[in-house]
Write a new protein. Structure first.
Length: 102
């Protein structure tokens, strides 16, 4: 997958209810099971640091399922990054999700 473009990431977050300006999307090293990107955004004029994960390797837990498990863990007291959006096909970013960076 090529690096996601800023408007597509902003649109995915807007669909999830977050109006933001994306200032940078940077590929991170590693990530054997998925592509991982650092996302720099402005939300209400304040910096909001996010992580975008997408495109799992075959046979790996889907990103939507991973996000749901992460959200379930958070609701039950497990310290996890807050998932803010689960990608949909219309987002044009592949399968994945966006979470706050910790």
């Amino acid at each position: 997958m090529s690096d996601p473009d800023r408007p597509a990431v902003a649109a995915a977050l807007a669909r999830a209810g977050f109006l933001v300006e994306i200032t940078a999307v940077t590929a991170l090293s590693g990530g054997a099971a998925s592509a991982t990107y650092a996302v720099e955004a402005l939300r209400d004029g304040l910096p909001w640091r996010l992580i975008l994960q997408c495109a799992p390797a075959p046979g790996v837990l889907s990103k939507a399922n991973q996000a749901q498990l992460q959200m379930l863990g958070g609701r039950n007291g497990v310290p996890v990054a807050n998932v803010v959006a689960i990608l949909e096909p219309a987002d044009g970013l592949g399968e994945g999700f966006v979470m706050e960076r910790v």
